[in-house]
Write a protein that binds this ligand. Structure first.
Ligand SMILES: O=C(O)CCC(=O)C(=O)O
Ligand SMILES: [Fe+2]
Length: 297
């Protein structure tokens, strides 16, 4: 097994990469959080550090009983601080519960992972079919007010599903939660975008600009965004890649594939500037899942 602890999983303050690796292996083996906490106490870890390693509150009772699988997801997710696939035992694919998802690219700075086989063609078609009657000109967040506005940098049409709104949306959201080790409740509703020829989404960051007056009210619903998954629902004939101009990298839109990137702070230093290149021919349909720090209500 290759251990790339620091690159894959930032280590919380006061803890060591070795300890975090031990926590992950124990939880992957199905050891429950209360048992792990007790083991750490037994070998002398300070209570607050042990709880930090397990992403538990600093004091108070433990959350209600976890199953082994829930504990695994919780620990892997929160120990790293951002969503992301666990590629430590197999860098080529991830078993996301109901589907074997392929890993096509895994880059660490910025953290970008390109997935293949995330969605079936039928799932892609079903999402387009449910979204199509509800498409409207896309809005972007207005930084001053926290409201939304039409923006020339974003010439697609879009809509949001509620979380779990259709059976397919729910299945896909559950798959994403397992794939990225991030609680389903921390995800915003799926957004579907449709680009016609000429339409694009100019390079931008997905986190909310920290010092803008509208940001505090946006952050009340689940904190910052910490990760983005863009899923390709069809294939434009020409153009329409997802670009990361600072890398530089261009991800080609292939039906059922997806590009994921995470950002542990709302800062350009995360190098997650990205955009949707103009569609030159044909059309482009994507579904985007944004992941927040906490439950998105
Ligand atoms: O269209 C794309 O490829 C990128 C979409 C995007 O950046 C977004 O939805 O935030
Ligand atoms: Fe984006």
């Amino acid at each position: 097994m290759s251990i790339s602890t620091q690159a894959d999983h930032p280590v919380p303050a006061g803890l060591t990469p070795e300890l975090m690796q031990w926590v992950r292996s124990q939880s992957a083996a199905g050891i429950s959080l209360p048992t792990l906490l007790q083991s750490m106490r037994d070998v002398g870890w300070a209570e607050h550090l042990a709880r930090r390693a397990l992403a538990l509150p600093e004091d108070g009772d433990l959350p209600p009983p976890f199953t082994a699988r829930q504990a695994e997801v919780q620990v892997v997710a929160h120990a790293s601080g951002v969503p992301g696939p666990d590629l430590s035992s197999n860098p080529c694919s991830v078993h996301a519960g109901d589907r074997e998802v392929h890993v096509l690219i895994s880059m660490h700075n910025p953290r970008v992972v390109v997935f293949g086989n995330l969605l079936s063609p039928e799932e892609c078609d079903a999402i387009i079919h449910s979204a199509r009657p509800r498409m409207q000109r896309s809005l972007t967040v207005h930084n001053q007010s926290g409201g939304e506005e039409v923006n020339d940098d974003r010439t697609s049409n879009g809509m949001f599903f509620q979380r779990g709104e259709t059976d397919v949306v729910r299945l896909v959201e559950e798959r994403i939660a397992r794939l990225l080790n991030w609680p389903l409740e921390n995800g915003e509703g799926l957004q579907v975008l449709h680009y016609r020829p000429g339409a694009e989404y100019k390079p931008h960051h997905d986190y909310f600009a920290p010092h803008e007056p509208g940001t505090p009210s946006i952050l009340k619903r689940g904190g910052q965004r910490v990760g983005t998954l863009v899923m390709y629902l069809n294939e434009p004939t020409r153009g329409g890649g997802t670009t990361f101009p600072e890398v530089p990298l261009q991800v080609v839109p292939r039906r059922g594939n997806a590009v994921f990137f995470s950002y542990d702070r709302p800062d350009p230093a995360t190098r997650t500037l990205h955009g949707g290149a103009p569609v030159l021919e044909g059309e482009k349909w994507i579904a985007t899942k944004w992941l927040r720090e906490r439950e998105f209500k």
